[in-house]
Design a protein around this ligand. Structure first.
Ligand SMILES: Cc1cc2nc3c(=O)[nH]c(=O)nc-3n(C[C@H](O)[C@H](O)[C@H](O)COP(=O)(O)OP(=O)(O)OC[C@H]3O[C@@H](n4cnc5c(N)ncnc54)[C@H](O)[C@@H]3O)c2cc1C
Length: 409
């Protein structure tokens, strides 16, 4: 374990997939004096129980470019360290003509960006995913470059290379507050001593908002319960099987140890107050909530008839931070020089970690993120958006909005 230094040039708060990627990219750009502070072990927050699906589809060219870079980066890390990368592809199915029209738009944009994507019919869906019911489908979008990783291995790989590039990684170090004088960051107070430092990056996941409030920085995000269930092995569910999404049913799925991982993006999601989580909340989950998951289990039973006879291993319920407009928060904190934020990844933090980690690192080191990141800036929200009651109301529709936003965005 690295000791906590008394002085640093750039301090990253949080060693989830986001903080780890930022550390990697800062080191890659040649930044010196990087220290990452993680109060538990890297990946112990939300990252360890992520489904680890890596997306390629977006109808926004800037996002598509992020994802293209992400795929290349993850393939490289996998070749060097083994992060469980599998390029299994993804089938996104449509139940309606309106959904197919959306898919046409995505296909057009992605083709212009050089991303392989294909519109396919129900017969081809059945060929790629024989476990799916297809007789009610209008068609689907096939993305051969989608894949999956093991998120814990990804964090370890990011940090191994960041350390090789000179970054310090301090585990078991809690940041208590960021010190400031006259609107400028001057350091951090940790439970293992103070650090003098003029640039800090808040990558504290669902805890980022509360940490921000200690300096009057508004980081409007709030976690909600977020689910997937895992089944016992099912015949026909193969490790090389493509992942799938059924946005009209708000469900997604993939293989996991021979069984099915069936996840959802639920309506009227259940907000989780970070202050009510047990301390420490490391490698921890929330209680199973079958009442909330039931409608999506029913959608799953419809889409994958073999689920009917499958044994259920568990319902994984973990908190994930969403923002009111279902877009991440990235950039400098208005009004406090030297304070940067990357948080609120809205259930795509593993996918987004390479592209957004690189953009933030470039912004800090080179003064320019190298991409249009205006949609992520903190100042897009007024201060009232950070009110706890407003946030809890707003994020109820965020997970289901995520599917719409992703397909539209
Ligand atoms: C059920 C589920 C399925 C998901 N599936 C996918 C998927 O398939 N694909 C995908 O891309 N994304 C997925 N996600 C989302 C993804 O897991 C998250 O967006 C991502 O892990 C967030 O990473 P993070 O680094 O922001 O947060 P975290 O992983 O929570 O990291 C934040 C870290 O900060 C530390 N910390 C907090 N406060 C302090 C402090 N004061 N001092 C020091 N350290 C501190 C915490 O201990 C924690 O380790 C899923 C999420 C869930 C819940």
């Amino acid at each position: 374990m690295d000791g906590v230094p008394r002085q640093a040039d750039i301090a990253i708060i949080g060693g989830g997939v986001v903080g780890a990627s930022v550390a990697w990219h800062l080191a890659e750009l040649g930044a010196e004096g990087i220290v990452l502070l993680e109060r538990g072990q890297p990946g112990c927050g939300t990252t360890w129980h992520s489904a680890g699906n890596i997306l390629r589809m977006s109808s926004d060219p800037a996002v598509a470019d992020f994802y293209t870079y992400g795929k290349e980066m993850l393939e490289g890390l996998h070749a060097r360290h083994g992060i469980g990368w599998r390029r299994c592809g993804r089938v996104m199915v449509a139940r309606t003509d309106a959904r197919m029209a959306e898919f046409d738009n995505i296909a057009r944009v992605l083709s212009e960006c050089g991303v392989p994507v294909e519109r396919i019919g129900p017969d081809m869906v059945a060929e790629k995913l024989p476990i799916l019911r297809t007789n009610d489908l209008k068609g689907a979008l096939w993305s051969p470059d989608d894949g999956r990783v093991n998120p814990t291995d990804l964090v370890a790989a990011y940090l191994r290379e960041a350390r090789a590039g000179g970054a310090r990684v301090c585990e078991g170090a809690t940041v208590e507050r960021v010190a400031e004088t006259n609107g400028r960051v001057t350091g951090l107070r940790t439970d293992r001593g103070d650090i003098a430092c003029e640039t800090v990056i808040n990558c504290a996941g669902l805890w980022a908002r509360e940490l921000g409030l200690r300096n009057g920085v508004a980081i409007p995000l709030w976690p909600v319960e977020h689910f997937y269930c895992l089944t016992e092995p099912i015949e026909g569910v193969r490790p090389d099987m493509p992942t799938f999404r059924d946005p009209d049913g708000l469900i997604y799925g993939r293989e996991e140890v021979g069984g099915l991982l069936l996840g959802c993006f639920d309506r009227d999601a259940v907000p989780v107050d970070p202050a009510q989580l047990p301390e420490p909340f490391e490698f921890a989950l929330l209680a199973e909530n079958w009442d909330q998951f039931l409608p999506y289990m029913q959608e799953g039973l419809h889409r994958v008839p073999a689920l009917q006879d499958a044994g259920i291993r568990t319902l994984v319920n973990g908190p994930e931070a969403f923002t009111p407009d279902v877009e991440p928060l990235m950039g400098p904190a208005p009004g406090l020089n030297g304070y940067w934020v990357l948080a609120g990844l809205c259930s795509a933090g593993v996918t987004r970690s390479p592209g957004m980690g690189r953009a933030l690192a470039r912004w800090i080191v080179e003064g320019d993120p190298g991409a249009d990141v205006s949609r992520y800036r903190l100042e897009r929200f007024g201060r009232e958006a950070n009110d706890a009651a407003n946030l809890q109301r707003a994020v109820r529709n965020a997970p289901s909005g995520h599917f719409a936003a992703e397909n539209r965005a």
